[in-house]
Design a protein around this ligand. Structure first.
Ligand code: HEM
Length: 217
């Protein structure tokens, strides 16, 4: 395996780790908005869902960079295997194990979403629950293994990410509305009005100015 000894790899590992954590916080929070059927007339559920999906791709890119720079850096003895398989890293074994479990769970969620049309909805939903555990283990990993994440601004950031997701989880499980409050996830194409052969129904009292009787009621 190629290994390099430059401090820039180490800086990149730390920076990409923090960025990945912030992005996963946004992804999980946006997912909660979609699940709780939040969406207005300006930003609908479809758009929030699209943002959720696009950000998950960007988060995944940062996570892969985070892992690659760790593996390539010969300052730490963490091989590619340690990114997937728990307890295989010689460097910070337990802390990296939390990262590996987070990565495995996130990959499972990702693959199930790529295959969404081929798997049963209940299976997809079940696997999607893993994202909560994935996020929690990533947070523990960040705190345990981070150089920056254990003090100052880094600690504040990790704490804020955890706080946002705890609030999102509380809202998801306690405050979930029973009925859809916003517009459902429609494709933009579905919003184009389809031509119809039906004749318009005549509704004489459809306007807001309702006819009143002589007493004005
Ligand atoms: C969802 C998965 C993961 C997330 C969100 C994540 C995020 C983070 C964060 C925020 C830090 C703290 C950076 C700092 O304070 O400097 C960190 C540190 C670290 N991560 Fe990850 N990580 C994940 C998975 C992994 C995996 C699978 C590996 C193993 C290849 C790994 C290797 C490392 C290493 C070696 C450090 C220590 C950096 C240092 O000592 O400053 N991470 N990670």
């Amino acid at each position: 395996m190629i290994a390099l000894a430059t401090p820039y790899l180490w800086y990149t590992t730390r920076a990409t780790g923090i960025v990945a954590l912030i992005l996963f916080t946004l992804v999980v929070s946006l997912g909660t908005l979609v699940a709780n059927r939040i969406g207005g007339t300006i930003v609908g559920r479809f758009e929030i869902n699209e943002l959720h999906r696009s950000l998950s791709i960007v988060a995944m890119i940062f996570l892969v960079l985070h892992i690659l720079t760790t593996v390539l850096d010969n300052y730490v003895s963490t091989g590619l295997i340690s990114a997937f398989i728990p307890m295989t890293s010689a460097y910070k074994r337990v802390a990296i194990t939390f990262g590996a479990v987070a990565f495995d769970l996130i990959v499972a969620v990702w693959i199930s979403s790529l295959l969404k049309l081929r798997v049963a909805n209940s299976t997809w939903r079940f696997i999607h629950w893993f994202s909560w555990i994935g996020f929690a283990t990533a947070l523990v990993h960040a705190y345990m293994s981070g150089t920056d994440a254990r003090s100052g601004v880094g600690l504040l950031l990790v704490g804020a990410c955890g706080g946002v997701v705890v609030l999102a989880a509380l809202w998801r499980f306690i405050g979930r509305p029973t009925r859809a409050a916003g517009r459902t996830a429609l494709s933009p194409l579905a919003r184009v009005k389809a031509p119809t052969n039906k004749r318009p129904v005549s509704r004489p009292f459809a306007s807001s100015a309702r006819p009143t009787n002589k007493r004005g009621r």
